[in-house]
Design a protein around this ligand. Structure first.
Ligand code: HMG
Ligand code: MG
Length: 291
């Protein structure tokens, strides 16, 4: 495989949906995504069910799919993560304090204090650690975030054993020039293998941004099947870059993703029907019409 696709649909894709999706439907969604060749999936969030009710069955889901990843915001979430038996943990913070407080009730520095012992526990557990850095381009409340501020945020995390940093265009407003500026600066402080890009597609720029990042040598991307998604605490944010769009793009540029597009579209049929939604991926819509 030439690039790694991390399928975040079962977490980022579903977390913002107010209708509770039955456990069996979530399980079958994940099973079909795996069958389509996706190997890296984020399927849950050990967050407060008062804040994100859709994720309240994450422990049961994670126990069924031990090779996947889940979000953890605090010690209580870490305890559930360790109980689940997963070996991939995703902590999350943000460059913008305004967003971070709305999302987790903590500033960046407060979240760092929370994560310090949890990173130690994850290292002892031999878990792989991802750190999400949200609002790496724009904040829904504070507007444009300077790349310099992102670099300063990353620098405060360099002393920790973190395997991967995922940079979030949380509200999907970034454009390729901003991606170039961020990635070129990040490469000076992080090994490129540790950089993952997480684009939302609010302005329809997610694939352009991913294409630019690929040109710059980035090899790890978060996407969501059928373009499901959005953060409940980022007003105006729409779904992630659709997995189908990135797979179609890559496979036609000679970049191997290991994903079977027909099986991927198949995986989205039941969940989109349950939600009475039309896929936001044109590639998905076209393939549906053909099969
Ligand atoms: P808080 O209210 O400050 O926490 O929330 P608290 O410790 O005061 O607890 C409040 C209640 O929640 C208590 O229950 C706790 O027990 C319970 P009560 O006593 O009132 O009955 N609680 C928990 N329950 C289950 N699991 C837990 C947990 N922790 C507390 N882990 C907290 C702080 C962090 C918990 C809250 O703010 C929260 O859950 N936030 C999560 C928000 C979220 O999931 N956002 C979406 C994910 S981030 C994202 O989408 C961006 C990303 O995709 C990247 C990008 O796009 O940029 C990653
Ligand atoms: Mg996101």
């Amino acid at each position: 495989m030439d690039i790694k696709i991390v399928e975040v649909g079962p977490r980022d894709g579903l977390q913002n949906i107010s209708t509770f999706i039955p456990f069996d439907l979530k399980v079958s969604f994940v099973e079909k995504l795996l069958r389509a060749g996706l190997k890296d999936l984020e399927v849950g969030a050990f967050v407060s069910p008062k804040w994100v009710p859709q994720m309240r069955d994450s422990l049961e889901i994670c126990k069924k799919f031990k090779g996947t990843m889940a979000l953890v915001p605090n010690q209580r979430g870490m305890d559930q993560y360790l109980e689940s038996g997963l070996k991939n943990v995703a902590f999350f913070t943000a460059v913008s304090d305004t967003f971070n407080v709305k999302n987790t009730n903590k500033t960046f520095l407060q979240s760092l204090e929370t994560y310090k012992p949890l990173i130690g526990q994850a290292n002892l557990d031999k878990s792989k650690i991802r750190m999400y850095i949200s609002t790496a381009f724009y904040c829904p409340f504070d507007g444009r975030i300077s790349s310099k501020k992102v670099f300063e945020t990353v620098e405060k995390l360099l002393e920790f054993e973190i395997d991967e940093f995922s940079f979030g265009d949380t509200i999907g407003r970034a454009t390729p020039n901003e991606v170039v500026e961020l990635v070129k600066g990040l490469e000076k402080i992080l090994p490129i293998e540790k950089i993952n890009m997480h684009f939302h597609d609010t302005y329809g720029m997610a694939l352009c941004n991913a294409a630019k990042a690929i040109e710059l040598g980035i090899k790890s991307f978060d996407t969501s099947a059928s373009g499901l998604g959005g953060c409940p605490y980022a007003p105006g944010a729409s779904g992630n870059l659709a997995t189908e769009d990135l797979v179609y793009f890559c496979e036609n540029q000679g970049i191997d993703t290991g994903v079977n597009l027909d099986l991927l579209v198949e995986a989205t049929l039941r969940i989109d029907a349950f939600l009475s939604r039309i896929s936001s991926s044109k590639v998905n819509q076209l393939i549906r019409g053909q099969v």
